[in-house]
Design a protein around this ligand. Structure first.
Ligand SMILES: C[S@@+](CC[C@H](N)C(=O)[O-])C[C@H]1O[C@@H](n2cnc3c(N)ncnc32)[C@H](O)[C@@H]1O
Length: 719
């Protein structure tokens, strides 16, 4: 260290040492304009180590190959007439803030700081200020001016700042990160953790410290560097993915992912030497200037508490993950893990799948602890933990919106291992082999989603013909569509198909299935009349349910064999009907479809129609059966369904006892906007294609009005 300092001091102002000067870290630092006011120094009072010679200080991001900033034509900025306007909603730079983030709980603090509280003439001004909602992230007035608001310190939101493309001045209060570091820093040799960074002045809570700089590289290049690095895990601590705005469905191709990454190992600023701590004094935030450059957003470090002069600066490499999987400072600290970029996503993903292969799945136990303050957790373990936590949160959200818990069985028996009772089980150890998705179009080029909608509409009008009000019909149709397309019904159909194949039962023609349905449906109806399928807590019900769902029991037969008897066609159909009915009851019990307390004959009608509908969709090649990749994929399937049918509490109308539509629920559920039924031009689905062949009319008359016979086709006989 002394030798290097000496070289610098004595020789680097001489032209013949130009090359050496170029690689001298002191010279690099001195060359930055900011060095005059807020220098970075390097000291080593411990040993002879020097900053790695292949490291170079930079004072701005370096864009790697294939990484481009936005074109000028996409750039924009605010047109606020004076700087103070840039604090409020209305400033274009703050346009991406949601309502929640925009609201300011610190507003009073600022007004107080400015002496504008109480009655009198100031009160009017205060009211006026209140009308304009303060939205930006910093304090404006008094001693805290320029510091991050306390609300933001715990927030996962990015910071949106004004920038060079804006009409406000450089002194605009919303340009904190842009103005750069104001704190002199010292890189020093720690006792036990290599280099570290300490502050040369006291830092206030909420004060901006510096950005994390580096080379911005593509994800492919990051992977390449990981692979090339002797120890990939080591490489990971220098890589930050710029994924704050990445979303697979983003309209901006640059934000679709995989995200760009910042590599600070060989080119960076002093923050690259900041060590990890589980009780850090800094936190990292995503910061955006020009919105067109979200893909290369900044990583800005702020103090999260007052820091005395001389104290080592640290941040939590995984932002507060604790052993129980929660955030160190409550939920918001955990959420910030998303703000803290995912380091080495791709690499870790591979590790993750391996990890999943041996880790037992549990909803509450994150991978083993690495929370030791004296040494940092391995980045792989940390990322795994973070991913586990994010997944867990996503699932919890789904459960709160009606996805059943994986532990729940259709039959109600905790111990049940029957495949068909476990349609909610999507964990690692009980993943379905396949998932059933809709193709976009049928073999006849009809949009499958139109067929689904049309089926639901016809079912609503035929099974509940007494509903007159169109909005009630649409509500009914919407809830039928949600039910019929739900993941457990799909799982039940796959199970049905599998069972049929395994037992060489082929419903190769529609009439065969219709016949079987016509025999099975009355039995099914009397079964659910006898049982209270909505309450599965008595032994008798469970026994009967299990008998129906299980392979036929040879004990019932005269001939005893070692193997279970094969399934019959009626058995397969019955198993589908009962599985779907149990899911319907579960759904009703647990939240989404409240008020579906239908009489057994309505249930029998609808559930049978659903089976025939699925079979017809299958025949028309509307489905795709995809191997299930993992529980994440099941999560996605549930998420898609929950997103598409967010709240279906409004369908209580028209039990068979009711004459008048119940409009109460639709009034109570403003979220339920009836979906327009897309009629398919030139096509009568009933007649021409027969997709809804199973739907008859249940209005006190014959349960199955055979649409096909009307058109001279084979059909389901009346019963
Ligand atoms: C981003 S660098 C920080 C600067 C580093 N100390 C150096 O000398 O270059 C991350 C590396 O620092 C070390 N490190 C960071 N935090 C640490 C901690 N709390 N305990 C031990 N080593 C730590 C680890 O070797 C880690 O790979």
């Amino acid at each position: 260290m002394e030798a290097i300092t000496g070289q610098h001091f004595f020789f680097h102002d001489q032209p013949e040492h130009a090359a050496e000067k170029d690689s001298c870290h002191f010279c690099q630092l001195r060359a930055f304009p900011i060095h005059q006011t807020t220098p970075v120094t390097i000291v080593n009072a411990k040993d002879q180590s020097v900053i790695p010679p292949n490291f170079r200080f930079i004072d701005r991001m370096v864009l790697g190959q294939g990484v481009e900033p936005a074109e000028d034509s996409f750039r924009s900025g605010c047109s606020c007439e004076n700087d103070s306007e840039c604090q409020y909603m209305g400033c274009l730079c703050l346009a991406d803030l949601g309502e929640e983030e925009g609201s300011s709980s610190d507003e009073d603090e600022d007004i107080h700081a400015n002496g504008a509280n109480g009655d009198g003439p100031e009160a009017g001004r205060k009211d006026k200020v209140r009308q304009k909602r303060k939205a930006y992230a910093y304090h404006t007035h008094g001693a805290k001016a320029g510091l991050l608001r306390s609300k933001m310190l715990n927030s996962k939101e990015p910071l949106y700042e004004c920038h060079a493309g804006c009409s406000c001045s450089k002194d605009c209060p919303n340009r904190v990160v842009e103005r750069g570091r104001t704190i002199p820093l010292q890189i020093f040799r720690t006792d036990d953790r290599g280099w570290g960074v300490r502050t040369q002045v006291a830092i206030k809570k909420g004060q901006f410290v510096d950005r994390y700089l580096g080379e911005i590289i593509t994800s492919a290049e990051a992977d390449r560097r990981r692979a090339a690095s002797a120890v990939s895990k080591r490489k990971d601590v220098y890589l930050f993915a710029l994924d704050k705005f990445t979303h697979p469905e983003s309209l901006d191709p640059r934000l679709k992912g995989p995200p760009l990454e910042v590599d600070g190992e060989f080119l960076s600023g002093p923050t690259r030497f900041i060590n990890h701590s589980c009780e850090p004094n800094l936190r990292i935030f995503a910061r955006v200037g020009d919105h067109a450059d979200k893909h290369i957003h900044d990583l800005a470090l702020f103090a999260i508490r007052d820091i005395p002069r001389g104290e080592e600066l640290t941040f939590d490499y995984v932002d507060g993950v604790t052993e129980d999987g929660g955030g160190m400072e409550g939920a918001s600290a955990g959420d910030m893990a998303k703000c803290l970029s995912r380091r080495s996503f791709t690499y870790v993903w591979k590790q993750y799948t391996d990890y999943k292969a041996y880790s037992s799945y549990t909803m509450s136990t994150p991978p083993s602890s690495d929370r030791i303050s004296s040494s940092p957790p391995s980045p792989v373990a940390l990322t795994l933990r973070r991913r586990e936590r994010d997944e867990r949160r996503r699932r919890e959200e789904q459960y709160s919106h009606g996805r059943p818990l994986p532990s729940q069985k259709l039959c109600g028996n905790e111990e049940c291992v029957l495949r068909c009772c476990n349609v909610f089980k999507t964990t690692r150890f009980y993943l379905p082999d396949y998932l059933l998705g809709d193709k976009e179009r049928s073999v006849d080029d009809i949009l499958v989603k139109d067929i689904q909608t049309h089926f639901a509409y016809l079912a609503a009008t035929r099974i509940w013909p007494s509903i007159e009000k169109q909005s009630d019909v649409l509500l009914k149709a919407q809830s039928i569509e949600a039910f019929a397309t739900s993941p457990p019904v799909r799982a039940a159909y796959l199970d049905f198909r599998y069972l049929c194949q395994k037992n060489d039962l082929n419903f190769t023609i529609e009439s065969r299935l219709r016949e079987t349905l016509s025999v099975t449906m009355p039995r099914f109806r009397s079964l659910i009349e006898t049982l209270d399928t909505a309450r599965l807590d008595d032994d008798y019900t469970e026994l009967v349910v299990h008998r129906t769902l299980q392979p036929p029991d040879q004990a019932d037969k005269a001939v005893q064999t070692d193997r279970p008897l094969p399934w019959t066609q009626e058995g397969c159909v019955m198993r589908f009907l009962l599985t779907v009915e149990l899911w319907r009851c579960h759904d009703e019990r647990h939240m989404r479809q409240r008020g579906w307390a239908w009489k057994p004959w309505i249930v029998a009608e609808l559930v049978s129609a659903v089976l025939l509908h699925y079979w017809l969709l299958d025949r028309e090649k509307c489905f795709e059966r995809v191997p299930c990749r993992g529980s994440e994929q099941c999560d996605e399937v549930w998420q898609d369904w929950l997103d598409k049918y967010p709240l279906l509490l409004g369908d209580s109308s028209h039990d068979d006892d009711e004459d008048e539509p119940d409009q109460g629920d639709s009034k109570k559920s403003p979220d339920l906007v009836p979906k327009p039924i897309g009629l398919i031009k030139g096509l009568d689905l009933d007649k021409d294609v027969g997709y809804v062949g199973g739907v008859g009319t249940a209005a006190r008359g014959p349960l199955w009005r055979d649409m096909r016979q009307k058109h001279g086709d084979d059909g389901l006989p009346q019963h």
